[in-house]
Write a protein that binds this ligand. Sequence first.
Ligand SMILES: *Cc1c(COP(=O)(O)O)cnc(C)c1O
Length: 364
Amino acid sequence: MILLNPGPVCLSPGVRRALLAPDLCHREPEFFALQAAVRARLVEVYGLDPSRWAAVLLTGSGTAAVEAMLASLVPAAGRLLVLENGAYGERMSAIARAHAIERVRVDAGWGGALELDSVERALDANPGVSHLGVVHHETTTGRLNRLDALGALCRRRGVQLLVDAVSSFGAEEIDFEGWGLAACAATGGKCLHGVPGLGFVVARRDALAAACRPARSVYLDLALHHAEQDRGGTPFTPGLPAFYALAEALRELAEQGGWRARQARYRSLAQRVARGLERLGIEPLLPAGDSSVVLRSYRLPEGMLYAFLHDELKKRSFVIYAGQGALSADLFRISTMGEIADGDIDRLLDAFAEIVRTGEGDPE
Ligand SMILES: *Cc1c(COP(=O)(O)O)cnc(C)c1O
């Protein structure tokens, strides 16, 4: 099966083999070495200085990492401004609500562009805002939110920038120092090509040192995980196979040329898909310049239901992804993250051509 959903991804043979590594106790030095290697490689993905930045690992999905970042790094007296233009921005707001973090929001509507002016107005109207939460790649629609000017604004206002980079880490540019990030949350199971179940936060060490005390959560307390991991330990039982997989996936990423090479690879696959679909009259939701290289949303062919398209493609070994929520009636999504070959895309496009032809021939 070729997975064209935004994670879990098709694994490389090396990552699949890594899952079969020997049984391991997480209180033994072999695990501490594995954990230290994964943490070091994560900080290396964007060439960060390990004396200023730390990767903190957390067994859980991407949402666990985002929740740990927000619940841990916004202090009790802090206030969070959340920028929303899709389901994951809304999720950041839901997390803030669940932890009783004081919160204001700027809502650009699903798929809309985040305008700097409206962020500036929200900061003017809410001088107590200490942190800003934003999704880098809003997987709901494929829009890549631009963080350079936003980061500069946060820096001018003394606001800490917290980024959901779950579906961009490893495949899009993230200029931690230049954009002034305090932290970003991500997962090993998307653009890094590991398996689901291991989330992480890459944070400035001084932001971790200022973590909320008392903690809002026991399991999602980043400062606790950070202290234990720096000491060469772990507070809870980690998802070991996901560690093995991510260690190998990060080794392969570095060997293949790092995030820049992955970005180029994803872009080439995404363009192959877009050009092929365009020939069939299937239009993208957003112009290529507004989209990530990771995922694009397309309009369903006139009169075709998503379920029909999905099932016909699945019969031919391809899994695509529905539009989220209300968008499911009009859109479908294709992500080219994971171990995908050019030939897979060519077969996908052949399948599309066949389905569009028969779909039109069928008066049903
Ligand atoms: C996938 C994703 C998440 C988290 O999803 P999980 O199912 O918890 O792994 C969060 N934010 C974005 C932008 C995502 O794409």
